[in-house]
Design a protein around this ligand. Structure first.
Ligand SMILES: NC(=O)c1ccc[n+]([C@@H]2O[C@H](COP(=O)([O-])OP(=O)(O)OC[C@H]3O[C@@H](n4cnc5c(N)ncnc54)[C@H](OP(=O)(O)O)[C@@H]3O)[C@@H](O)[C@H]2O)c1
Length: 222
């Protein structure tokens, strides 16, 4: 399967790219607004992986080049740009593409981080409004810290909560998440439930901030 990480040059894009490249045989494509930056970052990731003995199928290009032909397209960009980013590639999306939103709307004040819901209710629903009709949007990966993924020696043992209106697309993402060693994917139903998932992330960051030794915190439901 070809997986595009739009803005895959950043933190969560790097983490997901490294883990999928390490743990699966999928083709990973790093997208960027600047194709050269995408290629450079992809080379960095390949070098990191080869230090771990992994010869990865991982390349870099523009966001549009990454989206073209990809079954899964992850909008791994800051929340304010997620809708524009999917709009910029809407003509390049493949038949049967699934768009994945890992974004969280957050604000920070002197007390800590707080969930900042957009008008649509969640960032995933904002992305869905910008995605062509018929292309399913799945919300996933909001509660994973990039640092936990990029440290390849770190055992994850974490849950990923998935929501979306298309059950088949949710299943594709569930399998894809669980192909990363140490992740369990849980189905949270419709995309309207994404706000609750997204709003967990500021809590995780506040816990990491106020408690020693808790950086890169994730969740596990028991
Ligand atoms: N960081 C985490 O631990 C984490 C965990 C879970 C979820 N998330 C979510 O994942 C998303 C990305 O987070 P991140 O920390 O990876 O972000 P980031 O590193 O700050 O940015 C990711 C990429 O977004 C692109 N970008 C920056 N400004 C942009 C703009 N104005 N328009 C379009 N693209 C732009 C850049 O790629 P190019 O310059 O190459 O285009 C950048 O490398 C966020 O929505 C965040 O809520 C993050």
């Amino acid at each position: 399967m070809r997986i595009a990480l739009l803005g895959g040059t950043g933190n969560i894009g790097e983490g997901l790219a490294l883990r999928w490249a390490q743990d699966t045989d999928h083709e990973i494509v790093i997208g960027s607004r600047n194709a050269e930056k995408g290629m450079t970052r992809a080379r960095d990731y390949r070098n990191r992986l080869s230090e771990h003995g992994v010869e990865a199928d991982l390349s870099g290009t523009s966001n549009t080049g990454a989206a073209a032909g990809s079954r899964v397209v992850v909008t791994s960009v800051p929340p304010a740009y997620a809708a524009d980013t999917i709009e910029a590639v809407r003509d390049d999306l493949a038949d049967k593409a699934i768009v994945v939103s890992p974004a969280v709307g957050m604000v920070r004040d002197e007390t800590g981080f707080h969930y900042d819901a957009p008008e649509a209710g969640s960032i995933a629903e904002t992305v869905a409004a910008a995605t062509p009709d018929g292309v399913p949007v799945v919300s996933a990966f909001q509660n994973l810290a990039a640092g936990a993924l990029t440290d390849l020696s770190n055992e994850l043992n974490l849950d990923v909560v998935i929501s979306g209106d298309d059950a088949e697309a949710r299943n594709v993402l569930k399998k894809l998440a669980e192909e990363i060693n140490g992740l369990r994917a849980l189905d949270a139903g419709a995309l309207a439930n994404s706000a609750e998932i997204e709003s967990i992330t500021p809590l995780l960051i506040n816990l990491a901030m106020y408690n020693d030794g808790m950086h890169d915190l994730g969740i596990q439901f028991r």
